[in-house]
Design a protein around this ligand. Structure first.
Ligand code: NDP
Length: 281
């Protein structure tokens, strides 16, 4: 039997840890597969994906900047992908691509099961309204957080995300420059790609409530500035996106292979090498 072909498609993508993660899952579960990283510029995405399918590709992870385009080319979207308007997992079917989004379930699984957080009723601030924010916001609401405030550099995108979430009594878009007037939060999530950007607004030190948690969806060097702020804000839990990365990968793996791999060993391995990591999927 020929080996099944999988890939992560992004731009840039050479940094991606997904090939290592899926190779480890394959070893652990005894499933023979090939998983590569494919670079595709935005204008080439459709052709690259078609070429991948023609060469026997049966599943793909989609990362920056293609998640929205991937949602548009699918002939079936899961509820999570529909609500996110973004796809990070493609599954080949007889009639085309089926799209799913495992970012949200991956984050919630990391926060609740690995980090041991009880998310219920947490007053939450989500900074960012890009693809990752769109993926995680519905899952956080489903996990039972309290009110969700969304701020973003481009306010229209925060408004649009709040509209999609369609819970006006619970979800509140606000101007990012007003973040100091919103009170404190039990959960503060950085879902921006701002990293060390000088244009990222400085966050007040009293933004995190006592015993609150601060989470950066990125990891490695990219998470350093936000997590440094989180520590100075005395967040009880300062968490980066490495666990989410591993969990969203495990969810993709399960959709492709109908087996959910054990994630702790891969997480520990990558955590050991954390100083080598520079960016996230
Ligand atoms: P997008 O490009 O879709 O969105 C980027 C977001 O960052 C937007 O909200 C954008 O605001 C904001 N932003 C960018 N630069 C700045 C800045 N200088 N100041 C303020 N805001 C800024 O990216 P994604 O949503 O896909 O990814 C966001 C982060 O999440 C990345 O770090 C990514 O690596 C990480 N991620 C981690 C995953 C994991 O598994 N751990 C999975 C997916 C993503 P605006 O709308 O104004 O442009």
């Amino acid at each position: 039997m020929s080996v099944q072909r999988y890939a992560v498609i992004g731009h840039p993508v050479a940094h991606s840890l997904s090939p290592r993660i899926h190779a480890a899952f394959a070893r652990e579960t005894g499933i023979a597969l090939e998983y590569t990283a494919i670079d595709a510029a935005p204008e080439d995405f459709d052709a690259v994906l078609a070429g991948f399918a023609a060469e026997g590709g049966v599943g793909a992870n989609i990362t920056l900047p293609h998640k929205t385009r991937a949602a548009q080319i699918c002939n079936y979207l899961s509820e999570a992908a529909q609500r996110a308007g973004a796809v990070n997992t493609l599954i080949r079917t007889a009639t085309g691509w089926q799209g799913d989004n495992t970012d949200g379930v991956g984050l919630v699984r990391d926060l609740t099961e690995r980090q041991g957080l009880d998310l219920r009723a947490r007053r939450t601030l989500l900074i960012g309204a890009g693809g990752a924010a769109r993926g995680v916001a519905p899952a956080l609401l489903d996990a039972g957080i309290g009110d969700l405030y969304i701020v973003n550099r481009t306010p229209e995108r925060a408004d649009a995300l709040a509209d999609v979430l369609a819970q006006p009594g619970r979800v509140h878009p606000r101007y990012i420059n007003d973040v100091g007037t919103l009170g404190n939060f039990d959960l503060v999530i950085n879902a921006t790609s701002a990293a060390r950007s000088a244009s990222f607004p400085s966050l007040p030190i009293n933004l995190v409530a006592p015993r609150g948690a601060a989470v950066d969806l990125s990891y490695g060097e990219a998470a350093v500035p936000f997590l440094a702020w989180a520590r100075s804000a005395r967040a009880q839990n300062c968490i980066d996106g490495l666990g989410m990365l591993v969990e969203q990968a495990a969810e993709s793996f399960q959709r492709w292979h109908r087996v959910r791999p054990e994630t702790d060993a891969v997480y520990a391995l990558l955590r050991d090498h954390d100083s080598l990591l520079v960016t996230a999927d």
